[in-house]
Write a protein that binds this ligand. Structure first.
Ligand code: ACM
Length: 644
């Protein structure tokens, strides 16, 4: 079975029930009826056939027994369910409708093949989430993410039992919320109206997903100050920023106008987003040297907590806001390492942990998966050989976070509500979002839902590959297709594009912030940064998934004939790159293509029983590309692993 997340308890039975025409009883509310309709459409994509299985010969009874649920999901809702699949019959029981939604996600993932025919395996499942807050933050600012993409994302979130979409709606590069009181703040083109956001919330609620809005204050507010410079402190702002990185300006807590605007805007947001929580940001408040950014931050934190309490909301904010006199009703989103989570808990704050789940760092799935939201279990990023090329930066940043003062010890009593993955979009567009997200997010969703003991990395990857195939059938995740289309748009023929595949599937982008910072240094000024909000993201590096599962497959391959086929591809790609030279999209691949060719020579030598070694240059970045297979081969050669 390829479930992701794995359920709490699963007892396999004997036999299978063929997927067939569903006869559903008990889907008596609009939400459940719509959920069963979605399930049937999904089933048709996964199993083949038409929605509802109208053409199928078999009948399957689906009995749903469920308690009620409120109009919108809330933190701590009961999401438990029990499901029995026996001959021709599926029974779902749940204390509330939310559990039925989770059961239907499981059921769609259970479809397997018995011979050629799609079927449900007989089993009994008792399932419940480990964490109440299983979130995904999407930065809608650095690149605009359309409402259509957000709705599609909610559909897939439901499939992985995620239950919070956190929308980062304002930052230095834009302001996405079009309210009534300050329409001049909103981007003239790329913004969401109240009605669009209300429709998004309805879409989310139907899927048991909360939507938590964030306006980030007092830092990250250049876009506000472009319209109202009089609200600000620090560097003067004359236009909405296009550059990335921290900006040395912020809202002025002593400006009555600025604070009135903040209160009004959060009031307007409260009219749109029914959730109990609203996020006020609070990260990376920076002012020019000599000005006390911490004092500004401290003043505004208290005001923000009051404003949100006045609106009946529980505030959420990034971990910089921790201070002794802050209300313990503020939920801390810890992003600066495990230390930040522990500081929050010691200080008595409830916490949502995000530090290990930054999808924009382009890490492989297992690095995220190793970290537990609630404990210090995790991977040592400073020693992972896959991060050797960015070790200096990783170390410098984690040291600076560990030196962070602001401990509010002695209170205790804070709880870990759960985890939230973050997708910052400096290098992500609407078009690229699915690949960046779903390449690794299913593994993180498992960490947030499944029991802590579910930790087998090999099994996780087996199921991740399977779930990617399912997402391909659902039309959500097909990185090879996106890449092929991009190559052909650039003027390459279908054959040329296919000839490059043995290279492209071995590539990964450099890790951590190396793309954004132009290397492994921990900070870079605007002038040194290779990207800003206007840089086109249309290169091979943008379209490849962050992790090469094809490279992992090679690492696990020990059949000499099949390995020789792989090295044939690694040789032929070199000829293809040379044939396409002069083509702007291919030229930057010349050096990494040569390195892969060298690996083919070495692997062939190894297969013939000769001495082989991985050249240093294959282990190092080539511009923004790395070849993870080089490390696998280095290990294989050093262990002299044989072949069959
Ligand atoms: C953050 O990543 N600045 C919260």
């Amino acid at each position: 079975m390829n479930l992701m997340p794995l359920p709490r308890e699963l007892r396999s039975g004997n036999g299978h029930t063929p997927v067939g025409r569903l006869e559903t009883k008990g889907a008596d509310t609009p939400r459940l009826a719509a959920a069963v309709g979605r399930f049937e459409r999904r089933l048709a994509s996964i199993a083949g056939g038409s929605p509802g299985g109208a053409s199928a010969r078999h009948r399957v009874r689906l009995d749903i027994v469920s308690g009620p649920a409120s109009e919108h999901p809330a933190l701590g809702d009961d999401e438990r369910y029990r499901m029995d699949i026996s001959a021709g019959r599926i029974r779902i029981e749940a204390p509330a409708e939310w559990g039925v939604l989770r059961a239907l996600a499981t059921l769609a993932q259970l479809v397997c093949r018995n011979g050629q025919a799609p079927c449900f395996p007989h089993c009994e499942i008792d399932d419940a989430p480990r964490f109440a807050w299983r979130g995904l933050m999407i930065d809608t600012v650095r690149h605009f993410i359309s409402i259509g993409t957000l709705k599609r994302t909610l559909d897939v979130m439901e499939f992985y039992k995620l239950n919070v979409l956190h929308l980062h709606l304002s930052d230095d590069q834009g302001f996405r919320f079009l309210g009534d009181a300050y329409p001049e703040l909103a981007d003239p083109r790329d913004r969401y109206s109240g009605d669009e956001l209300r429709a998004l919330v309805r879409h989310a609620s139907a899927r048991g997903i909360r939507v938590v809005p964030e306006l980030d204050v007092p830092g990250h507010t250049s876009s506000w100050l472009a319209a109202h410079p009089e609200w600000g402190l620090g560097e003067p702002v004359s236009a909405v920023s296009r550059r990335f990185g921290v900006h040395a300006c912020c809202l002025d807590p002593d400006s009555r106008e600025a604070m009135r605007a903040v209160a009004t805007l959060f009031g307007e947001l409260a009219q749109v987003f029914p959730d109990s929580h609203a996020h006020f940001g609070g990260d990376e408040v920076t002012l020019p040297v000599g000005r006390d950014a911490r004092a500004v931050q401290a003043a505004i934190n208290l005001r923000m907590a009051d404003i949100l309490h006045g609106l009946g909301k529980s505030p959420v904010a990034w971990d910089e806001v921790i201070q002794p006199d802050l209300s313990r009703s503020v939920v801390i989103q810890s992003w600066r390492g495990g230390g930040a989570r522990n500081r929050a808990l010691r200080g008595g704050f409830d916490t949502v942990h995000s530090a290990p789940y930054y999808l924009d760092l382009l890490y492989p799935a297992d690095l995220h998966y190793a970290f537990d939201p609630a404990t210090d279990a995790g991977a040592d990023l400073t020693r992972d050989p896959r991060l050797a090329h960015v070790r200096a930066g990783v170390l410098a940043l984690s040291r600076s976070w560990d030196l962070e003062s602001g401990d509010v010890s002695g209170v205790g009593g804070g709880r870990v509500l759960g985890g939230e993955a973050c997708l910052w979009t400096e290098l992500v567009t609407d078009e690229l979002l699915d690949t960046r997200l779903w390449s690794r997010m299913p593994a993180i969703a498992e960490r947030f839902w499944s029991p802590a003991e579910v930790r087998n990395t090999g099994d996780m990857y087996r199921r991740l590959e399977a779930t990617h195939e399912t997402l391909g059938r659902l039309g959500v995740f097909d990185p090879a297709k996106g890449l092929r289309e991009r190559l052909m748009q650039s003027g390459l023929s279908r054959e040329d594009a296919a000839g490059l595949l043995p290279l492209l599937e071995m590539l990964e982008p450099v890790k951590w912030y190396a793309r954004l910072l132009g290397g492994s240094r921990p900070v870079a000024t605007g002038a040194e940064r290779p990207y800003d909000a206007d840089t086109p993201l249309d290169r091979v590096i943008d379209f490849i998934p962050p992790e090469s599962l094809a490279a992992r497959r090679v690492a696990d391959l020990h059949d000499a004939d099949r390995l020789r086929k792989v090295t044939d591809g690694w040789r032929s790609q070199r000829e293809q790159v040379v044939r396409c030279s002069g083509h702007v999209i291919v030229d930057e691949l010349a050096s990494v293509s040569e390195a892969l060719f060298d690996l083919a020579e070495q692997l062939d030598a190894h297969l013939c029983g000769r001495e082989a070694r991985v050249p240093d240059r294959a282990l190092e970045p080539h511009g923004e590309y790395v070849l993870p297979v080089a490390r696998h081969l280095a290990e294989r050669f050093s262990r002299r692993v044989g072949c069959t």
